[in-house]
Design a protein around this ligand. Structure first.
Ligand SMILES: Nc1ncnc2c1ncn2[C@@H]1O[C@H](COP(=O)(O)OP(=O)(O)OP(=O)(O)O)[C@@H](O)[C@H]1O
Ligand SMILES: [Mg+2]
Length: 141
């Protein structure tokens, strides 16, 4: 599926509608350069999945992971940007999150693509100009 977004709000609303197709246990890998709109996309997802956590959504660049927990669902939002190698991924216990049954979303997925689940869903965001983005979503169905 391919979309063209003309604004931040449109990227959020595209994410909001794609969020309907995410279920517990899914991994969603986000790809795209700095400022592409990955964190914006996560805001849209959370708007749909756990709206009460919307105010908590920000780039987890320093925290490495943000956890959004609603009454019946959880989303674990990772940002790999500052991680250097596989050891770093183990030291933040990334793989333990797969046993928790929530939805895992990763920014800067290109850095550890080989270590992500084979059946992951993917979203690639390409910056066309200041305000436009091309968004390719592969949800495998
Ligand atoms: N169509 C658009 N979709 C998303 N963001 C847009 C769009 N047009 C402009 N922007 C701007 O681009 C920026 C996207 O920032 P965001 O933090 O979501 O990017 P990111 O991919 O998470 O970057 P980083 O790699 O630094 O984490 C925001 O400043 C936003 O206002
Ligand atoms: Mg970000």
């Amino acid at each position: 599926m391919e979309y063209i977004s003309h604004s931040l709000a449109e990227t959020e609303s595209i994410a909001q509608s794609l969020a309907e197709h995410l279920k517990d246990g899914d991994t969603l890998a986000l790809y795209g350069d700095m400022g592409a709109g990955k964190t914006a996309f996560v805001r849209g997802l959370i708007k749909h999945l756990i709206p009460e956590c919307l105010r908590l959504v920000h780039s987890p660049t320093f925290a490495l992971v943000n956890e959004y927990k609603g009454e019946s669902r959880a989303v674990y939002h990772f940002d790999f940007y500052r991680l250097k190698d596989d050891d770093d991924l183990y030291s933040i216990a990334f793989f333990d999150y797969f046993d928790r049954g929530g939805i895992i979303v990763t920014e800067w997925s290109e850095l550890f693509d080989d270590l992500l689940p084979k059946d992951k869903k993917t979203v690639r965001i390409e910056k066309l100009n200041e305000s436009e983005r091309r968004i390719y979503a592969d949800f495998g169905d």
